[in-house]
Write a protein that binds this ligand. Structure first.
Ligand code: FPP
Length: 261
């Protein structure tokens, strides 16, 4: 994706001592970055606040992350906002999150228009409250013509459920003669996942120091580099994003092969 280098330099001007834009190679920025946004609750509790305040602060971190991704020229940013397991949280917190998703999306639509960002959702949206579902559909409709970065929100998403759903769809296609069982390969499976048409993430960032995948993009992360930061999600910012890209660029990606030294 194209980037405005002058704007990017200005955006990264006041750098902390340990990181600067010149630490990364702009020609090797990962095309798709995916993020497990974790630690909103702990961020709030550490400040004596209700967990909900952590989610509200998380929206600001997410807005900055979308802007950073556009400025760095990513093709795609995806974030894990709500898992199929998150329904087990107290009803009040679930309601707050659903409300926050809907209000944030409406509020941020002008940013998506301004930055030419195309929205996508990963997950089963049918189970969402009607208001949230309707706003998501509006977001999809209003940004479908955009040609810039894809911003994919994983909501009511679970990777095992996604793979089981793909299996059901493929089985149906075999049963009705659309494809032959012998033609099922990795490409066919990938085309039946929510991420169809998107490149696999090259970099996965997880905040709050947890070393787990939490049922997130199990298929798509097969060769992805991981960056785990102890920062809680509301503290995540453009500088930590740059540290993650710097770490990514320092890795030796072999995809199971060997690289000449
Ligand atoms: C993880 O923190 C965060 C979530 C489950 C929700 C993510 C939501 C946001 C960042 C709000 C904005 C999102 C959108 C799409 C508008 P946690 O509650 O699991 O934190 P904890 O592990 O400290 O309890």
């Amino acid at each position: 994706m194209q980037r405005d280098e002058a704007l990017l330099r200005e955006y990264y001007a006041a750098a902390p001592a340990d990181i600067s834009l010149s630490d990364i190679d702009l020609e090797r920025v990962p095309s798709h970055v995916s993020i497990i946004m974790d630690g909103n609750g702990r961020w709030a509790q550490a400040r004596g606040l209700d967990r909900s305040k952590g989610h509200v602060a998380g929206v600001d971190a997410l807005r900055e992350t979308v802007t950073t991704s556009v400025r760095l020229g990513l093709d795609a940013l995806s974030v894990y906002a709500f898992s199929t397991e998150n329904w087990r949280r107290p009803q009040r917190e679930v309601d707050l999150l659903m409300h926050l998703f809907a209000t944030t999306l409406v509020k941020e639509l002008p940013l998506f228009h301004q930055e030419n960002v195309r929205l996508r959702f990963l997950g089963d949206l049918e189970a969402l409250p009607k208001k949230t579902y309707d706003v998501f559909q509006r977001g999809l409709d209003e940004t479908s013509g955009h040609t810039g970065m894809i911003f994919a929100l994983a909501v009511n998403y679970g990777s095992r459920a996604e793979i089981a759903r793909a299996c059901r769809q493929i089985a149906d296609e075999v049963a009705t003669g659309i494809i032959d069982a012998s033609a099922i390969d990795e490409q066919v499976v990938a085309e039946h996942l929510y991420t169809t048409g998107m490149p696999d993430p090259e970099l996965l960032i997880r905040t709050s120091g947890e070393l787990r995948l939490s049922n997130y993009l199990l298929w798509q992360l097969a060769y992805t580099e991981f960056y785990v930061t102890d920062m809680m999600w509301p503290d995540f910012n453009r500088w930590e994003f740059l540290r993650a890209v710097r770490a990514f660029q320092s890795r030796n990606r072999r995809f199971g092969g060997v690289v000449a030294s």
